[in-house]
Design a protein around this ligand. Structure first.
Ligand code: EPZ
Length: 432
């Protein structure tokens, strides 16, 4: 099995470039099949989830040209089926965006129920509520979401809970429905806004994204477009935390500081230094950081996708901290792994009580999901000795060139196969 091996204790310094937002790109790739004209998308992150999504639309007949690893041209005029293949698309969460896209364009869709990170129960009742409100008949059978209708009609939809996926999925279908759709209690994440901006660049008529109420006037057709995806808020946040955790000094480039406000606020609160520029942010830390109380919230609150990185940093901060996970019901699985490294954390229901310890010590730890995997690498950067994080699969689903970017910043990290004893020995000799 492939694993990361890390020798802790080196402050990360230098510059790192953030890639395009994975969670915007997934919705945008789905939206691209809604027109028969060609779309060109830039700043696409070259990560597994994106590549699975591109394979899925190619499988149903879309023409996909990878101009380079971060630029893709898509033409879906020859889509020959609305039944998305099962093999690889079940691995990712965002496969279900193809329901909204194909329902909008073809009034029919059959897509496998989604997979994705195991961070708690992840129902799709609000997605189904949105599609049914637009006039579609939706049923789940043989592991597929089957949705169809003679025509989609705009409606006034009030989501029972804020859902990024349901907001994007319903927006996809609604932008080609007849008449006006109003989405209330809509998600406001930057990637929701980015998908709407892409749809509007194709001729959709969507207003109000970034607020609780989104208004969508359906249009009969969407046209081609050229679009560049926003920077990834969570990749940026992850490197901000790596800088603070390693007591380093990093300039993180290609960011939108406004999207990072909640993350910046918490770093400042515990004593890190953060300086914002137009499209970059610099994070420095020296000496012990302080404790904090953190509750994950929907945007613009502190993001749930930064919760593992926050808990990891607080594990070696002074004093007792509390982290409450309000979005998912099982997102603390990685805490057992941190405990193997010497962390003192008690999880009670959806709250982690963290007693800061003096230091962590390296160990072999298991990455249960994407963001927890990144957090365990950050723990390895801080720990005394060697840490092995396995498997790397989850991390590679959401972070492009993760270990190369860390190496550029001076981290002693490499990816090896757990069977390759020689490589392990060579790494240890090299880093000492
Ligand atoms: C998206 O997941 C992201 N994934 C997640 O990022 C992110 O953690 C999450 O939004 C919250 O910001 C993608 O965009 C691919 P939700 P999503 O629908 O859309 C409940 C990462 O690391 N809910 O906003 O699945 C749900 O169970 C990943 O990049 C329902 O009850 O999240 C959860 O408790 C991990 N019914 C809450 O809402 C529904 O129909 C928020 O889920 C839908 C959701």
């Amino acid at each position: 099995m492939e694993q990361y091996i890390i020798k802790g204790g080196r402050p990360l310094t230098g510059e790192v470039m953030v890639g395009g937002a994975k969670n915007a790109a997934l919705g945008i790739i789905a939206a691209a099949v809604m027109t028969d004209e060609t779309v060109k998308i830039e700043n696409v992150p070259d990560v597994k989830d994106i590549n699975y999504m591109l394979q899925a639309i190619e499988d149903i007949g879309a023409k996909v040209d990878r101009i380079n690893k971060n630029t893709v041209k898509i033409n879906a005029s020859k889509i020959n089926t609305v039944n998305v293949d099962f093999d690889y698309i079940r691995k990712i969460r965002a496969s279900y965006y193809l329901v909204g896209a194909l329902l909008g364009k073809c009034k029919n869709a059959q897509v496998p129920l989604p997979g994705g990170c195991n961070i708690g129960s992840r129902p799709i009742d609000q997605h189904i509520k949105g599609f049914e409100a637009l006039g579609a008949a939706v049923k789940i059978e043989h592991g597929l979401i089957c949705a169809n209708t003679d025509n989609l009609k705009g409606n006034h939809i009030y989501f029972d809970g804020v859902s990024v996926g349901a907001t994007i999925n319903t927006m996809l279908a609604a932008c080609m429905a007849d008449g006006l759709t109003i989405l209330e209690n809509a998600a406001k994440e930057p990637h929701v806004v980015d998908v709407a901006n892409f749809l509007n660049s194709m001729g959709a008529n969507i207003k109000g994204t970034g607020t609780d109420i989104i208004r969508i006037k359906g249009v009969p057709k969407l046209h081609g477009s050229e679009y560049s995806i926003i920077p990834d808020q969570i990749e940026a946040g992850t490197f901000m935390f790596a800088a603070a955790a390693s007591k380093g000094d990093i300039l993180i480039k290609n960011v939108i500081p406004k999207h990072l406000e909640a993350i910046t606020a918490k770093l400042l609160e515990i004593g890190a230094q953060v300086v914002e520029f137009d499209d970059a942010i610099r994070v420095r830390a020296c000496g012990k950081l302080g404790h904090s109380h953190v509750k994950t919230l929907v945007y613009p609150g502190f993001p749930t996708d930064m919760q593992p990185q926050m808990t990891t940093l607080l594990a070696v901060s002074q004093g007792t901290s509390i982290v409450t996970e309000s979005i998912f019901d099982n997102r603390f699985k990685y805490v057992d792994e941190l405990s193997r490294m010497g962390a003192s954390i008690k999880v009670e229901s959806n709250t982690a009580i963290i007693d800061g310890v003096d230091k962590l010590t390296g160990a072999t730890v298991w990455a249960p999901d994407l963001r927890a995997g990144a957090a365990l690498v950050i723990a390895g950067l801080m720990a005394d000795g060697y840490t092995v994080v396995e498997p790397v699969d989850y991390i590679e689903r959401g972070y492009e060139n993760f270990e190369e970017k860390m190496q550029q910043l001076g981290a002693a990290i490499t990816k090896i196969d757990s069977e390759d004893i020689k490589a392990i020995r060579k790494f240890k000799l090299k880093v000492g």
